[in-house]
Ligand binder design. Structure first.
Ligand code: BES
Ligand code: ZN
Ligand code: ZN
Length: 516
């Protein structure tokens, strides 16, 4: 088996900066943003250099080409003038000029870099007067849009990944760049992990990568192997993993900065492949199931970013890792698993495995008495029925925590929506012989995402602020490239957690108890 040799730095371009007349800078393509103005396209750069580089007026050229400045639209213009080192100018749309915000810059630059595969050096021109926040978003979007997953195909030079992005005339400094890469690199790593075929990424492989990456940043890493999991009563993780030739793991990542006042626990579903187990999925439903560790990926990414940014918040990340396979040793329908903490669960469907590994992770994480507990998982197909492919569902026991996560997600540009946990669905938890069932017997029932949240809640102390994020849809882009999100693994969730942790570092208190 190939040992994974993934490095986040290999999948995003180098970043550098330059100042001066953009046309004089040694790049292959210059990217200039253009907004939709009152009377036609409104370039954000209108200095003499642009017209000299093109040999014509940029606004006129765009107008003549029918370019509008609509968000994410791209228009290539040849640099015909003798003064330009770049051969091409790429105009990318920001949308209406009166509604341009950080998210517009992130999306626009993502779209620009996505279309520039096969270009070695890309210059991104930052217009004078752009806010630091917008510039940061532009750089983040450019890097994320340029992400590409190579290593499993022969690279065609015409579509090779961009090697270097040169930020031209920006105001941000080295410290800002470090902060941006502290977030972008973990997102790229999560994308790599999600995109990696399951044959090359089993539970032990993922645990080893977590150890390598987190260890390098001063995060404490503890890995429980199958024997230890069995001995310590992790019946959910062991029960899901026992059909696979590759044993399960539980990884604890601890970022413990001095003077941290708040302790956040994150628990991620890390099914490195979900075949469904004996409740075997049909082929089409299984094709993307290497993505079923995206929750654990998001947790790993969040801990790496917190450590790289040296955030003054204590974060414990739990990765619940197993491969869900059918075999002679697999868990059967009707088997009863004794979960961490002692509750017994009758397995009615082995494809509802995420809630089983998370139950162990949640129960164990709660023992450390964190101030808040958040789990994240590609848990249900029902999430996509309810919210589509780009919006995650958030459920939980404490309204303020759910609301603050939704707000952090909004700032990050990762849509998440609060969903209810209707009381009546709890009836489906009943088992004929055990404390609980992982699913009601018989046909599938409405509200699958919400019922799964009820199941998880059984493993969290009721006074501990807890939230559950179901990102089955958003973790994997199946619809085609958009903005800074190429097809495949998205790294969704990492940037929301970073926003939430930064908010906590600045004094917000998401873990406040419910009012009533
Ligand atoms: N990993 C799947 C959920 C999923 C589906 C994630 C599609 C991403 C894309 C999960 O383990 C699962 O199989 N859920 C079942 C639950 C059902 C058996 C109650 C589902 O949603 O069909
Ligand atoms: Zn499943
Ligand atoms: Zn699953």
């Amino acid at each position: 088996m190939n040992a994974p040799t993934l490095l986040a730095s290999a999948s995003v371009p180098r970043l550098s900066r330059a100042t001066g007349i953009p046309a004089a800078i040694d790049v292959d393509v210059l990217v200039v943003a253009v907004a939709v103005g009152q009377s036609g396209p409104e370039p954000t750069e209108s200095g003499d250099w642009v017209d000299a580089a093109l040999g014509r007026n940029l606004g006129d050229v765009l107008d003549a080409m029918g370019a509008t400045g609509e968000v994410e639209s791209v228009t290539r213009v040849p640099c015909a003038g003798p003064t330009s080192k770049a051969r091409t100018l790429l105009a990318v749309g920001l949308g209406p000029s009166n509604r341009v915000e950080a998210a517009s810059w992130r999306r626009a630059m993502g779209a620009a870099l996505r279309t520039l595969r096969g270009t070695a050096r890309v210059g991104v021109v930052i217009p004078g007067g752009l806010s630091d926040q917008d510039e940061g978003a532009a750089i983040e979007g450019a890097l994320l849009g340029a992400y590409s997953f190579e290593g499993y195909r022969t690279v065609d030079p015409a579509s090779a990944p961009v090697e270097e992005i040169v930020i031209i005339n920006g105001r941000l400094d080295d410290g800002d760049y470090e902060a941006i890469t502290a977030i972008v690199n973990p997102v790229a790593l999560v994308r790599d992990l999600v995109n990696t075929p399951a044959a090359d990424l089993g539970p032990a492989d993922l645990a080893a990568i977590a150890q390598r990456e987190a260890g390098a940043l001063g995060v404490d890493v503890e890995i429980l192997e199958e024997g230890a999991l069995l001995a310590q009563g992790y019946g959910g993780i062991v029960g899901v993993g026992r059909g696979s030739a590759r044993g399960p793991r539980l990884v604890r990542l601890t970022w413990q900065p001095p003077r941290a006042q708040t302790r956040v626990a994150l628990v991620g579903k890390g099914i490195t492949f979900d075949s469904g187990g004996l409740s075997l999925k049909p082929t089409v439903g299984m094709q993307n199931m290497k993505c079923d560790m995206a929750g654990a990926g998001a947790v790993l990414g969040a801990v790496l970013a917190a450590a790289a940014l040296k955030l003054p918040v204590a974060v414990t990340g739990w990765l619940c890792l197993a491969e869900n396979m059918p075999s002679g040793t697999a868990t059967r329908m009707g088997d009863v698993l004794t979960m961490y903490g002692g509750k017994r669960v009758e397995v009615m469907n082995t494809d509802a495995e995420g809630r089983l590994v998370l139950a162990d992770g949640l129960a164990r994480a709660a023992e450390d008495h964190p101030d808040m507990l958040i789990d994240v998982a590609t848990l249900t197909g029902a999430q996509m029925q309810a919210l589509g492919n780009r919006t995650a569902g958030i459920m939980g026991s404490h309204d303020k925590l759910v609301t603050e996560i939704a707000a952090a997600a909004q700032r990050a540009g990762e849509p998440m929506w609060a969903m209810p946990m209707p009381e009546e669905l709890k009836a489906n938890l009943k088992s004929e012989i055990a404390d609980l069932a992982n699913l009601a017997p018989g046909e599938s029932r409405p509200g699958g995402m919400l019922f799964a949240a009820h199941f998880l809640a059984e493993f969290v102390p009721s006074d501990l602020p807890w939230a559950h994020i179901d990102l089955a849809g958003p973790s994997w882009n199946r619809d085609g490239d958009h903005g800074y999100t190429p097809r495949g693994g998205t790294g969704f969730g990492v940037r929301t957690f970073v926003e939430l942790l930064i908010g906590i570092a600045h004094g917000s208190q998401p873990a406040t108890r419910n009012e009533s």
